[in-house]
Design a protein. Structure first.
Ligand SMILES: Cc1cc2nc3c(=O)[nH]c(=O)nc-3n(C[C@H](O)[C@H](O)[C@H](O)COP(=O)(O)OP(=O)(O)OC[C@H]3O[C@@H](n4cnc5c(N)ncnc54)[C@H](O)[C@@H]3O)c2cc1C
Length: 416
């Protein structure tokens, strides 16, 4: 079924009896050409592009829980292409272009909202670094503007400019950045993949791989063995666990990251705002809630819940930026499992096992990467060559010394 304005009117007039489920509930077959492990944003996007762009068939997505239950439905919904390094910026700009056409591509309202993102700076050195970043963005076809304090005051007068420990001197503004309704992205990709013949199988946990003579033959699951020609793993926070089934040890640690939503308020924020003197980012949802987050909790875990010291730390960041936030009541908070890589950048690569491919290491930033990650992973699975924008995301980069350390902080997951 195609969604359209006419369809909504027709359904409204006929008691909404004609809507069908967004995707089929199917039992797993014995054998597929492609199995994608993980029904998050990246796994579903991979299946969508594999079927739609690369014309492949006999594809299954295996999800241990339910669609939208992982990070894809737990993040703070920010999309942007404001990276500095050549290994990253073309990839994230490709993703931004895919976001810009996503709703038409999927025939699904994902509430893509390019409301802009402002990265605040507080020192002269930080301004120079942002100017350099802005130039790199423009060189790669993205957009960037550097606002001084006076220009910024006009756009965000409520910020605590002067009476603060870290006075705000200006901002790097990326107008095409913004927010997208996160779980709608999962639903939209799932629905489109299903329409292109992909089997989406929920409540199906992969518990092992069948590997013989260096080649993958299929996956062991909670619903039995399923044979596969190629297996692509995109399980985000569970990456180290799942790849250990192939005896692989990854340069990835799993940490919990929390998100917060306040009660609904009248429109106050023009777009996404990030604090430059601490870790705090905030936007306002269409329902009015302030949606914000900060640092990871800082210890290794596979639990999707966080702790109070980080709640305090994040709220302090908010208070430093815009003290009026202290009047808002916090309604909800939750945690998600982050796959923190050692240089803060992801992997989209083959493994040493024939037919086994890996996608992970997305840290805080994998939501905005969802379309490009799915596209590039599908390209790799279909052609056995890396997509042009993802050639740097190799698993062996720590051996060859080609790290992509965007922040220059080394192997410290909490600082990326
Ligand atoms: C609080 C928070 C805020 C964030 N904010 C942002 C943001 O503003 N912008 C941004 O760009 N990024 C953000 N991120 C990061 C982003 O959400 C993730 O990097 C991205 O969603 C990860 O990819 P995914 O969607 O495929 O992951 P997931 O949705 O987690 O998908 C992985 C799936 O694999 C499944 N799985 C695991 N093990 C198995 C198994 N053995 N068998 C089968 N299935 C399995 C899981 O159940 C899960 O559904 C945030 C993350 C969190 C937690």
């Amino acid at each position: 079924m195609r969604y359209s304005g006419l369809r909504i009117i027709k359904e409204a007039l006929t008691g909404h009896k004609g809507w069908t489920p967004a995707w089929r509930d199917v039992a797993p077959q014995n054998q597929y050409d492609f199995i994608i492990v993980g029904g998050g944003g990246h796994g579903l996007a991979t299946a969508h592009y594999l079927a739609k762009v690369y014309g492949k068939a006999r594809i299954a997505v295996l999800e241990k829980g339910w669609i939208g239950g992982g990070n894809v439905g737990r993040n703070t919904t920010i999309i942007r292409s404001n990276y500095l390094l050549p290994g990253n910026e073309p990839f994230y700009e490709f993703s931004m272009k895919l976001w810009e056409g996503l709703e038409q591509d999927l025939n699904y309202n994902a509430m893509v909202s390019q409301r802009g993102i402002m990265n605040l700076f507080h020192t002269d050195g930080q301004r120079d670094a942002y100017r350099r970043r802005g130039n790199a963005m423009i060189l790669h076809g993205s957009d960037a503007e550097l606002l001084d304090q006076e220009q910024l005051r006009k756009e965000a007068p409520f910020l605590n400019f002067d009476n603060a420990r870290f006075p705000i001197k200006g901002a790097l503004v990326h107008r095409r950045g913004g927010t997208v309704r996160h779980d709608a992205v999962a639903w939209g990709y799932a629905r489109s993949a299903d329409r292109h013949g992909v089997d989406i199988i929920q409540n199906c946990e992969v518990t092992g791989f069948k590997i013989e003579n260096g080649k993958i033959l299929g996956v062991e699951t909670s619903r039995g063995f399923i044979g596969a020609g190629k297996v692509g793993v995109a399980v985000a926070g569970s990456s180290s666990k799942v790849m250990s089934y192939a005896d692989m040890r990854l340069p990835i640690e799993s940490h919990v990251l929390q998100a917060f939503v306040s009660e609904g308020l009248k429109p106050v924020l023009p777009g996404v705002i990030t604090f430059g003197a601490g870790h705090f980012y905030v936007s306002q949802s269409d329902k009015g809630g302030l949606v914000f987050g900060g640092d990871i909790d800082g210890y290794n875990t596979y639990a999707q819940r966080g702790n109070l010291p980080v709640v305090e730390d994040v709220c302090e960041g908010g208070m430093a930026l815009m003290p009026m936030i202290g009047r808002a009541r916090l309604l909800r908070m939750w945690g998600g499992l982050m796959d923190m890589s050692m240089d803060g950048s992801p992997f989209i690569d083959k493994t040493h096992i024939d037919g086994l491919y890996f996608n992970g290491g997305w840290c805080y930033g994998g939501f905005k990467a969802t379309p490009a990650s799915g596209y590039a992973f599908a390209h790799l699975l279909a052609t056995d060559t890396p997509h042009d924008t993802a050639t740097a995301y190799r698993l062996d980069r720590f051996i060859s010394g080609h790290m992509i350390d965007e922040k220059g902080v080394g192997a410290q997951p909490n600082l990326h």
